[in-house]
Design a protein around this ligand. Structure first.
Ligand code: ADP
Ligand code: MG
Length: 290
């Protein structure tokens, strides 16, 4: 590969909002066989909205939101923002919290009115028995591609909150284009299996790996790489190790600083179609000059 050809490739792409760190990255990109993508903020818009509040007996939506927004007030997770915004929309004040603790890939724990409280996924609610009714309701929401967070207060489950984060408008088209160009497409997410599958079905993704803890994302990339070079596309703090591990890390420009630093390619427009452009550019560059 001649440096001049690489400069042309990277220079032109930069104008389109595809920032390629160096020639080695472009070379690695032309060997990619599989494209692995994070869900939240990468495939989806990343602005989740509360759509459903399922309240258990003795509780009401306002009380539930005052506790849920309190728990989420110190969290930086996109789901937290959805809940805080819902409470704000309804002019509901968060209660006071103590001893806040964020649990990576699971949720948040704290004390409210001296009572142990939590909000998060089923991994946080392991000690609780879910009635058949509650389980059915969870599955129903999840099959509608809604992430369900469980709210616990004083040793009881008090509510389920359904949160929706729609795919970006170009995601479906981008997956199609990747498949047409011969790439295998995989979603890698910390979210629930049913939710992940519902979104994968909407956009036509080949394979889903769900309920992956942040610490295990990079190991999943290593495993997928036994079948050939992998591009990983992500945006979050959680994604940084996977972005560094993959043959090529592609970070969304809207992502966290650490994700952007870990990526070999940065997509300014946050659009999965630019993943396709990057892959095609790399192939063209190397087929021309190798
Ligand atoms: P993703 O891969 O979708 O970015 P994460 O690993 O950040 O997922 O989180 C995985 C899951 O943990 C979420 O889908 C959610 O169920 C739960 N979770 C994490 N943080 C929070 C939070 N602050 N509030 C509620 N649930 C949370
Ligand atoms: Mg993400």
């Amino acid at each position: 590969a001649t440096p001049t050809a690489l400069m042309v490739g990277t220079g032109r792409s930069a104008k389109l909002g595809i920032l390629i760190k160096n020639g080695e990255v472009l070379e690695a990109t032309h060997r990619v066989k599989t494209v692995v993508m994070d869900k939240t903020g990468t495939i989806t818009v990343g602005k989740p909205q509360v759509t459903d509040i399922v309240v258990l007996k003795d509780w009401n939506e306002d009380k539930v939101l005052s506790i849920a927004s309190a728990l989420e007030s110190s969290s930086e997770h996109p789901l937290a923002l959805a809940i805080i915004n819902k409470a704000k929309d309804r002019d509901i004040q968060p209660l006071k919290i103590e001893s806040f603790e964020a649990i990576s890939g699971k949720g948040v724990k704290a004390r409210i009115d001296g009572k142990v409280s939590f909000i998060g996924n089923q991994l946080l609610a392991e000690d609780f028995v879910f009635s058949d009714d509650l389980q059915d309701k969870m599955k129903e929401l999840q099959d509608e591609a809604k992430t369900v967070v469980i709210l616990g207060f004083d040793a009881k489950i008090i509510a389920l909150i359904g949160i929706q984060d729609a795919p970006k408008s170009s995601s479906r088209q981008a997956i199609k284009a990747m498949q047409a160009a011969g790439f295998r497409t995989v979603m890698l997410t910390g979210d629930n299996q049913r939710v992940a599958q519902a979104i994968a079905d909407e956009i036509g993704i080949d394979e889903v790996i769900a309920e992956v803890l942040p610490a295990d994302k990079a190991d999943n990339i290593k495993r997928l790489e036994t079948n050939g070079p992998v591009a990983f596309v992500g945006d979050g703090i959680n994604d940084a190790p996977a972005l560094s591990t993959a043959t090529v890390g592609i970070a969304m420009g809207s992502g966290t600083d650490i994700a952007i630093e870990s990526g070999g390619i940065v997509l300014v427009k946050n659009d999965l179609m630019d993943v396709v452009s990057s892959l095609v550019l790399a192939r063209k560059t190397y087929n021309r000059i190798v």
